[in-house]
Design a binder for this molecule. Structure first.
Ligand SMILES: Nc1ncnc2c1ncn2[C@@H]1O[C@H](COP(=O)(O)OP(=O)(O)O)[C@@H](O)[C@H]1O
Ligand SMILES: [Mg+2]
Length: 388
């Protein structure tokens, strides 16, 4: 379970350290930084898949993701006595992302390369990656430390260099896999790789979720929902089938959901509703109904991940379905840590019914995202290994 997440210099997140619980609900006005926070978490996940440099390029390059405000905001700027203006930079610009999980922490910092004739001279570089034991980084608790091309691992009191040739575009997760000298790298890599993100399901007329699909056992539904029928059938056979039926009738009293397996090996959905003479197929379902069924398949997964991240799950759901969706999310949070980004008040208030619900309301002040009501004292301790 993630205990703390920290981000520096990423878009409106100049410096944000947030404590996390089992069920986290990120809310806030438009432009407060909810999506930025979601994207920062995705970037962290990309480090373990070897895709962080590419992901940054897709966002328009590292330079455009850096905090666009001044390095420091003087008191007179805050009071409005002088206009907000840039100051002479004291430090290099680095994008930093980090978290602590149960026993281990990880941080990465990315920066721009020195000018070079390479055609890739705008590619960001990984400057530092550190793994430590405990709740926050201290030099004495570091277990693995990578600086540019060199990776060191602590061996009792000594540091041992285990690689001197790491490329600046490779994370240590993608290059080092040595269970004997650095089990924590593998441990964290597996954790991060299993984080599961659900962003926007496709429910348009041509959406794969509406078509019959070849089905094999599917404990983890694809992020676009293409294998929904197989995922539902897998829950029926090896998952919590009572919860499945309950979730359907919670939202649609009297309705039932079946999966038909065709002779050619394809699977499709069949949804029977009160008042209709025949069941509807996946292709005939309304957007909202299909989307709710997609959420059932995602949330009742028989193989819960360590962390499940749901970005605006309310999208195209009728507000009346939101309390049932909240109950489904709360149930999922018993088996997995959940992170919900939402601005639907009915969903948020229904999630708040759970005693586990940890509401994080974001606000923007002088262009910076902050957590509302989180004072200096409530902020978890955090130190970046990279002091730049
Ligand atoms: N590089 C940047 N530096 C500072 N602020 C930025 C940067 N890029 C985007 N922003 C700010 O982030 C805000 C958008 O945040 P976003 O996470 O999309 O909000 P929402 O809470 O609506 O999802 C915009 O208001 C914009 O001012
Ligand atoms: Mg947004």
């Amino acid at each position: 379970m993630l205990k703390t997440l920290s981000i520096a210099n990423y878009r409106s997140l100049l410096n944000l350290t947030i404590p996390l619980g089992r069920l986290n609900v990120i809310t806030g006005a438009n432009g407060s930084g909810k999506s930025n926070l979601y994207r920062a978490l995705r970037l962290l996940a990309e480090t373990a898949q070897g895709g962080v440099i590419n992901a940054l390029a897709r966002e328009g390059g590292l330079n455009s993701t850096f905090w666009a405000g001044p390095e420091t905001l003087s008191r007179s700027m805050q009071m409005g006595d002088v206009p907000i203006q840039g100051t002479v930079r004291q430090k290099r610009v680095r994008l930093k992302l980090g978290f602590t999980a149960e026993h281990l922490g990880y941080a990465i910092s990315l920066g721009l390369p020195k000018p070079s004739p390479s055609a890739f001279s705008l590619d960001p570089e990984i400057k530092r990656e550190t793994i430590w034991a405990g709740d926050f980084y201290r030099p004495a608790s570091a277990l693995v430390d990578r600086e540019a091309a060199v990776v060191k691992v602590r061996d009792k009191r000594q540091w041992q260099v285990i690689s001197q040739h790491l490329s600046t575009f490779d994370s240590l997760f993608s290059q080092i896999a040595d269970p004997k000298h650095s089990p924590e790298i593998l441990d964290l890599r597996e954790t991060i790789r299993n984080w599961r993100f659900y962003d926007h399901f496709r429910t348009d007329a041509d959406a794969p979720a509406r078509q019959p699909q070849l089905g094999t056992r599917t404990p983890v539904m694809h992020h676009d929902g293409r294998d929904i029928a197989a995922a539902i059938q897998t829950i029926r056979e090896i998952g919590d089938h009572h919860a499945l039926d309950e979730a359907v009738s919670d939202a649609f009293p009297g309705a039932s959901l079946r999966v038909i397996s065709h002779e050619d090996g394809r699977f499709s959905l069949e949804f029977s509703q009160h008042g209709l003479l025949r069941p509807l197929s996946g292709a005939e379902l309304s957007d909202g109904t299909l989307r709710y069924i997609l959420w059932i398949a995602a949330l009742l997964t028989p193989r819960p991940p360590p962390l499940m991240v749901l970005n605006e799950p309310e999208t195209s759901l009728h507000p009346d379905l939101l309390p049932a969706l909240a109950r489904l999310i709360i149930r999922a949070s018993e088996n997995t840590q959940v992170w919900v980004v939402s601005h639907a008040s009915r969903l948020i208030s229904a999630l708040n019914e759970s005693p586990e619900c940890h509401a994080i309301e974001l606000e923007k002040e002088f262009g910076q995202t902050r957590v509302k009501g989180l004072g200096m004292l409530d902020e978890p301790a955090w130190h970046w290994p990279d002091k730049q």
